[in-house]
Structures are given as structure tokens and as C-alpha cells.
Design a protein around this ligand. Sequence first.
Ligand SMILES: Cc1cc2nc3c(=O)[nH]c(=O)nc-3n(C[C@H](O)[C@H](O)[C@H](O)COP(=O)(O)O)c2cc1C
Length: 225
Amino acid sequence: MTRQAGNPRRIGTYKVYPDPLERIELPPPEQEGGRPLWKVLTERRSIREYDQESLSLGQVSQLLWASQGITRERGEWQFRTAPSAGALYPIETYLAVNRVGDLEGGLYHYEVRYHRLAFVREDPLIGTAMARAALGQNMCQRAALLFIWTAVVSRSARKYGERAFRYIYMDAGHIGQNLYLAATSLDLACCAIGAFFDDEVNQLLEIDGREETTVYMASVGPKAL
Ligand SMILES: Cc1cc2nc3c(=O)[nH]c(=O)nc-3n(C[C@H](O)[C@H](O)[C@H](O)COP(=O)(O)O)c2cc1C
């Protein structure tokens, strides 16, 4: 656990893997244009049928930025696309990659501060394992990509105590909706996934389920025609 310099009440808002297999720089995201918001809101749906095409790294960059990217810096604070109770940002983003550009299949972690990925573990069958952990929902293996959101509980609990659990889930909901809207804007399929065995997903992520625990997931990828 790291403390944020200058603010003793704040615990570091960024998890960093010190020694990942590789770090992958993401292309800069588009911050202008796109399809009109009202149209995107009208069209957003949970879509569970996926094509076997890959996503490009550019699309993944856009989805990550839309869900958790930094949009404003003020002193020691960085604010993101999605709101967060107390600007404590307890949610971490992992990707289970089935098919994305040249990336190896496996587990990746989003390094928000630098808009890049850390390659945590190679595992070409990660989608199958995730589907098993998600009560057999086979979109986990059919979609090009799975987002998995965890909470580092102490970041929020240190300030809010028990109430942190309420705020963590609210934060995750905002992030999930941002992902849905970005996916819709890119004409991709997306589906929230709340039905999964926490312990199984936590094991796949190699997190302890107490200090850091999985709270929400979503599948994304090109739609089946
Ligand atoms: C918290 C949450 C958990 C969900 N979990 C799942 C899930 O595990 N599997 C699934 O197929 N859809 C899941 N969904 C998607 C809902 O079924 C979907 O949002 C709902 O049927 C309304 O359809 P729409 O999103 O197309 O408007 C979840 C949605 C939310 C908000």
C-alpha cells in the first residue's frame, strides 16, 4: 500500500506491477468527435453474441480511456472520465485478452497514470477460465476482450469505513456505463457481467479477495453479424 505524497488521508490510487512481462504503450485516445451522445444512449444495449474478429489496440485504448482515463490534473490530483466518491478511485481495471491486435492472449492490467498496459500473465485460455468462473457464460470466451474491475478496498474504507462498500459499487457502475457508451459509439458489442464466483475470478487475477476483490466485469468485442 502506498501513501499519496502531501495528503496523509489518501492512499495511492494506482496499483503498479513492479515487474510485468512487458509494458504496452497505448495509442493516444480520441477526445473529440464520435457519434452523438443522444444517439449512443438510444442505441446502447447488452449484446451477448460476438464475432470472432479481433479488436485493434486503438479500440482498446479508446475503451480504457473512456472508462477510466485521466481528463484533468490539479496539483496532486488526477480526475478521470468517471466520477469517484472522494476522488479516491478504488477501482482497478484488468483485461482478459482473447483477441486484440498483436497482443498475446492472457491477463493485462491497465496503468491508468501512464495510459498503458502491463502484461501480467500469458494464458491463451483465459476466456475459457473466465467463462467457467462466470457460471458458464460463454461470451467470456467468445468476446475479443473482458474487462474485470476490482476494488482496492482500503483506498475508500480509510476515509469512509463501512460506507466504502456502497461507494465502491457506485464507482464501478459509473465505469461500466462509460464502457457501454464507448463500445456503442465504436459500434462494438458490450455486456455487463455481475454473475460470477468471486473466489474463482480473484484466483485467476491472483488477488486476495480482501484487500483487493473483483466487483464487476464486462465483455466487449465486434458484434456477430
Ligand atoms: C449489475 C449488472 C449485472 C449484470 N450481469 C449480467 C450477467 O452476468 N450476464 C448477462 O448476460 N447480463 C448481465 N447484465 C446485463 C443485464 O441483463 C441488462 O442490462 C438488462 O437485461 C437490460 O438490457 P440492456 O442492457 O440491453 O438495456 C448485468 C447488468 C447489470 C447492470
